[in-house]
Ligand binder design. Structure first.
Ligand code: ADE
Ligand code: ZN
Length: 328
């Protein structure tokens, strides 16, 4: 039994992190860049732990140097996602990796991604929205121009603001200026927390950044009162079980907290994060949830509906995707 063809809604991916290693190797060859150290002998990405993963990720990003590179990346990523049944995807894109915070460059990169997204929608039947993202370990000062880029391009494609990167760098409140800017512009917000940090990191993120979604959030399980608060307030968790298991942020699949969080009434969704880095796909995620926790069609339907309700898109897009889920 495989859930490959079931339609899926995926909220938490990093665009560069979805790049197949062969794609990045091809770009490196074209540009005569030697990044051979980031690959294993079998061609997969090579890293030791999460901090090293971030370094390898940034090395891979050095091959993505132009809007055209991001056009090709977006097209390749969406073809892959659609092959696994994803009908709606949100992806983190950072001004830091798209022109280094320069507004004019950022607009050019976005235009290229949007062109690719429109083509992919027509060719593969998948809709993409972007979440402009600051990178936590680049620090609070770098987050401000990223938020400005987000605010200036908030619209049909960039539909939210978020933060990725090394979660243990600083405290959430250090980034309040950037998140306040985005919120005041009306942008919906999400932030990685509780992947590496404890429940205190999730609680501080909710209090200081006032986000409506949390990236990962799985360590909230260690505080029963926080779990109840998350359930009561309706904050949605972007859970990425395969990523957590691969990076050992949690125990193995059988010990993953997604089931307990869901049982406690928390809105959980399922995503891949950076699929080629973690040897996963949305099909694998669904299949493993079925195998490990006995999830069936009705459970996946509910998870898809939860994700669509929490999606950072306009209502017309939400209605269009809802129809695709209904008629499947
Ligand atoms: N950037 C890419 N993947 C990430 C992850 N899983 N956590 C934080 N930052 C990331
Ligand atoms: Zn992530």
């Amino acid at each position: 039994m495989t859930y490959k063809s079931m339609p899926k809604v995926e909220l938490h991916t990093h665009l560069e992190g979805c790049a197949p290693p062969a794609f990045i190797r091809g770009l490196a060859q074209e540009k005569l860049l030697d990044i051979s150290g980031i690959f294993n002998s079998d061609g997969s990405y090579a890293y030791r732990d999460f901090d090293h993963f971030l370094q390898v990720y940034e090395a891979a990003c050095t091959t993505l140097q132009s809007p055209q590179d991001f056009y090709r990346l977006t097209k390749a990523v969406l073809e892959q996602s659609a092959a696994h049944g994803v009908v709606y995807q949100e992806t983190f894109v950072s001004p830091d990796f798209c022109g280094g915070g320069d507004m004019a460059a950022w607009r050019d990169y976005l235009a290229a991604m949007e062109t690719a997204a429109h083509e992919a929608e027509a060719e593969f039947g998948i809709t993409l929205k972007g979440i402009a993202t600051c990178i936590r370990h680049f620090g609070p000062d770098a987050a401000k121009p990223s938020a400005l880029c987000a605010v200036e391009t908030f619209g049909d494609f960039i539909t939210g603001f978020g933060m990725a990167g090394g979660e243990m760098a600083g405290r959430p409140g250090d980034f309040a200026y950037a998140f306040d800017m985005a919120r005041e512009a009306g942008m919906p917000l999400t932030c990685h927390a509780g992947e590496w940090g404890g429940p205190d990191m999730v609680a501080d993120t909710l209090r200081d950044l006032k986000v409506e979604r949390i990236g990962h959030g799985v360590n909230a399980i260690k505080d029963v009162n926080l779990v109840a608060e998350i359930a009561d307030t309706g904050v949605t968790l972007e859970v990425c079980p395969g990523s957590n298991v691969f990076l050992q942020a949690t125990g193995g699949w059988a010990d993953h907290p997604i089931q307990k969080l869901r049982d406690a009434g928390v809105k959980v969704t399922v995503s891949t994060d950076d699929p080629p880095f973690f040897a996963t796909t949305m099909t694998d995620e669904f299949d493993m949830l079925a195998q490990t926790f006995g999830w069936e069609d009705a459970d996946f339907k509910e998870v898809n509906e939860t994700a669509l309700a929490a999606a950072f898109c306009d209502d017309a897009t939400r209605a269009k995707i809802a129809k695709r889920l209904e008629t499947a």
